[in-house]
Design a protein around this ligand. Structure first.
Ligand code: SF4
Length: 447
């Protein structure tokens, strides 16, 4: 259960030594309670107090690590019901199902096709993370061989799906090195599945047909020492499945019910036979608390919009996405190439750089830190003023790269042209187009 600032203060040394960077232990306690400080910043917390504080500050929904390598990821770790309250932390993971009776060559082709489903947006690589290998015939040798191949030949991590503990064991032997998620322990298999998870330190999903049944399973597994758990409430009815997701999140966050404080796994493909409807249900689970969404197949038309939805929902609403301040080379610019300047709002950067790229005119794009605001907003907020922009251009190092003295500023920032000119004597300040879409024509006309 989360502690208040006063409760945390009682556990601190109360010497006000300031080594944590704030004047008093009380101020540090308040920062700790609101998530603005890390406990490690105070070197004098006793071991006993540290243990109490660590337990109290554990996220109400346990973050569960799944996989190894470049697509290693986490589910859970959420602390709020609604994104605007703070932020959602660990994006919903996407998996595609491959059944164990699929010929090896077809599996290779499918995994290669799924691996190509990667999209660059705002400097991030958006892609699905998991392959859900589903046992359909109890053939443990075939299942283990496919698990091994997928693990060794691809970046994907695995969900191992079987009702048979022997089948799971065989696959853990060949693919356990990739830290797969085991799916799923039920009332009938909890002992056997729990032992496999415990012995191999692997995350384990649990499945029951009621919330009470889930709590009984998680309590038992935690008692056995298996802590990395994922919940499937078993419902394949849309309304009930949504209600389950909300009930679990509420129970973990509001009632601080540790038995239900785990990420969830959902199967939209088991709720409908219509592919479009499956995608819509998947979108619902991205918005409403699905930790992992397992799709019957992965295709561009389904996964791309889901990845974009995920990007939007799991972006911190209090922090605009930014790019680093500096000089960005578009194409192969030389000393005669045009120099443009804009703000460090990620969307602005990617739209402007994309349009410059489309123009086929190599250029230098100067990105000034404007705390993630777009041009007009940054100008209105005093973060893209003429003096600042001029100073930034001077310090950027661009003068060592070009032999001309012309700077192109965004059309929306025309008002700063005079001030930039004053700050950069001898430079010509050219006002560019207002809309980035007009940049290609503007740049080509100058060549
Ligand atoms: Fe108090 Fe620890 Fe901060 Fe010192 S470092 S002021 S003891 S909280």
């Amino acid at each position: 259960m989360a502690l208040t600032g006063i409760q945390i203060f009682k556990l601190l040394p109360k010497t006000n030594c300031k080594e944590c960077g704030v004047p008093t232990c009380l101020a540090f306690a308040m920062n700790l309670a609101s998530g603005k400080a890390e406990l490690d910043a105070c070197p004098y917390v006793s071991d006993e107090a540290r243990a109490q504080l660590a337990e109290a500050s554990a996220p109400p929904i346990r973050p569960v690590s799944i996989g190894k390598g470049v697509r290693k990821t986490k589910a859970g770790g959420e602390t709020v019901m609604y994104r605007h309250e703070k932020t959602f932390f660990n994006p919903t993971l996407f998996a595609g199902i491959i059944t164990s009776d699929t010929p090896e060559a077809d599996v290779d082709a499918k995994v290669a096709a799924w691996n190509a489903l990667q999209y660059e947006r705002v400097g991030l690589n958006l892609r699905p993370e998991l392959v859900a290998l589903k046992d359909v015939n109890g053939d443990k040798v075939a299942f283990a061989t496919l698990a091994k191949n997928i693990s060794e030949k691809s970046e994907f991590n695995l969900i191992l799906m079987s009702e048979d503990a022997d089948v799971i064991s065989a696959a853990v032997e060949t693919a356990g090195f990739k830290r797969p998620l085991i799916y799923a322990a039920t009332d009938a298999t909890v002992d056997a599945f729990g032992k496999i998870a415990l012995d191999n330190n692997l995350p384990l999903a649990v499945k029951a047909d009621s919330i009470d049944g889930i709590a009984a399973l998680t309590d038992k597994l935690v008692g056995m020492g298996v802590k990395d758990l994922v919940i499937d409430t078993g419902s394949r009815d849309l309304k009930q499945a949504l209600e389950d997701q909300v009930a679990l999140r509420r129970a973990a966050l509001k009632d601080l019910n540790r038995s239900l404080g785990f990420p969830t796994i959902t199967f939209p493909g088991e709720m409908t036979s219509n592919g479009d409807m499956e995608a819509l249900i998947a979108a619902m689970f991205v918005a409403k608390y699905g930790g992992i969404v397992v799709l019957s197949d992965l295709s561009t038309e389904v996964i791309f919009p889901l990845l974009l939805e995920r990007l939007n929902i799991f972006t911190d609403p209090q922090r605009p996405m930014t790019v680093t301040e500096g000089i960005f080379e578009i194409g192969t610019p030389d000393e005669n190439s045009p120099v443009l300047v804009t703000t460090n709002f990620a969307l602005t950067y990617f739209i402007v750089s994309g349009e410059i790229e489309a123009s086929k005119v190599s250029a230098y794009l100067l990105i000034k830190d404007s705390e993630g605001l777009s041009v007009l907003t940054a100008w209105a907020a005093g973060k893209f003023g003429g003096d600042d922009v001029g100073m930034f251009v001077k310090k950027s190092g661009i003068m060592d790269k070009v032999k001309h003295n012309e700077l192109i500023i965004p059309g929306y920032a025309a008002a700063i042209a005079g001030d930039v000119e004053e700050e950069l004597p001898g430079w010509t300040i050219t006002v560019g187009p207002r809309e980035a879409a007009h940049l290609p024509g503007f740049l080509k006309a100058r060549v």
